[in-house]
Design a binder for this molecule. Structure first.
Ligand code: GLU
Length: 306
């Protein structure tokens, strides 16, 4: 059976980009008569807020994006992550933020610095001289990880070149997203991961972790980003497009209709319920290019508020 998930972070209200991803994830699962999980990513205690957790559940249901089960919150699962962490070839890294972000360090295509391996081969004696609490990195192989994304097609990445040894546990003891997401999706029996294409570059790392931990690898579908006419991500550009504001201006079927139109699932932005789209959904209709949402914004303006 297909098992999919929503994995929103409760660091704010959902915005239009999250809704777009959630709608496609839901349609993919429902069109296969699968099971949908809600898995709230409250890993980062500094950024997660209780009030947003409740709002996430409510916003999804308001849109008609029902889920069959909710997974335990990440904030309760440190023991599980530790078990996985203990299975990995890790080492402590004492580098400071400014050392890591040194302008002379090579940077990956997404702008993140590629870890130079500074602490990879420290001796025990050298480690003892360090005073700062370490982050923990995992030793990555110098080989290509290949996978086929359901939207972006064949992908290949050599982790040693693309990011270097990456962090699986932060210096404050919080396990990293890359590790948690693998444990969580595996424990939920997730068979397909649908998410924004800003996470395409994390996927090779996660696939390698699945392999290292002996866990089955799900299928991945990365959906295009919604952008403003100037090419900036809508979420960053238009603060007013979060659910709190959207719910004041739209009925759920208006929003779903607009998003379905942007996804090219329908020919018009007419209001429609999510469930009515199940039969017209197909991954083949979803393109790779960023979607400029100006049409949505101007169409949106033409709708009366509720
Ligand atoms: N929590 C992430 C987000 O809200 C999604 C992570 C994932 O789907 O793997 O963008």
């Amino acid at each position: 059976m297909t098992v999919g998930r929503f994995a929103p972070s409760p660091s704010g209200r959902m915005h239009l980009g999250n809704l777009f991803t959630a709608l496609l994830a839901w349609l993919s699962v429902r069109s296969q008569n699968g099971k949908m999980l809600l898995r709230i990513e409250d890993l980062d205690p500094d950024r997660s807020k209780e009030e947003y957790i409740d709002a996430l559940r409510d916003d999804l249901l308001w849109l008609g994006l029902t889920y069959d089960e909710e997974m335990p919150l990440q904030s309760t699962r440190a023991e599980r992550y530790k078990k996985a962490f203990d299975q990995l070839p890790t080492y402590p890294c004492y580098c400071s933020r400014s050392e890591l972000h040194d302008a002379s360090a090579p940077h990956a295509s997404d702008g993140a610095p590629i870890y130079a391996g500074t602490c990879r081969n420290l001796t025990e004696a050298e480690r003892k001289t360090k005073t700062r609490p370490p982050a923990w990195r995992v030793r990555v192989p110098d080989t290509a990880i290949a996978f086929t994304d359901g939207v972006f097609g064949d992908q290949q990445e050599n982790l040693a070149e693309a990011c270097g040894d990456f962090i699986v546990r932060r210096s404050d003891g919080v396990y990293a997203y890359q590790l948690a997401v693998v444990c969580d999706d595996a424990d939920g029996g997730v068979t397909e991961v649908v998410r924004g294409c800003d996470l395409l570059r994390s996927t090779a790392r996660q696939i390698w972790l699945y392999q290292m931990l002996g866990l089955p690898v799900p299928h991945f579908y990365h959906v295009p980003l919604l952008v403003a006419p100037d090419g900036k991500r809508l979420s960053k550009r238009e603060k007013s497009l979060d659910m709190a504001h959207l719910r004041e201006r739209f009925r759920p079927e208006q929003l779903v209709g607009l998003l379905a139109f942007l996804a090219k699932l329908t020919d018009t932005p007419a209001p429609v319920e999510a469930a009515e789209l199940i039969d017209v959904f197909s991954w083949e209709k979803i393109g790779k290019d960023p979607i400029t949402a100006d049409s949505l914004l101007s169409f949106g303006k033409r709708f009366d508020s509720v």
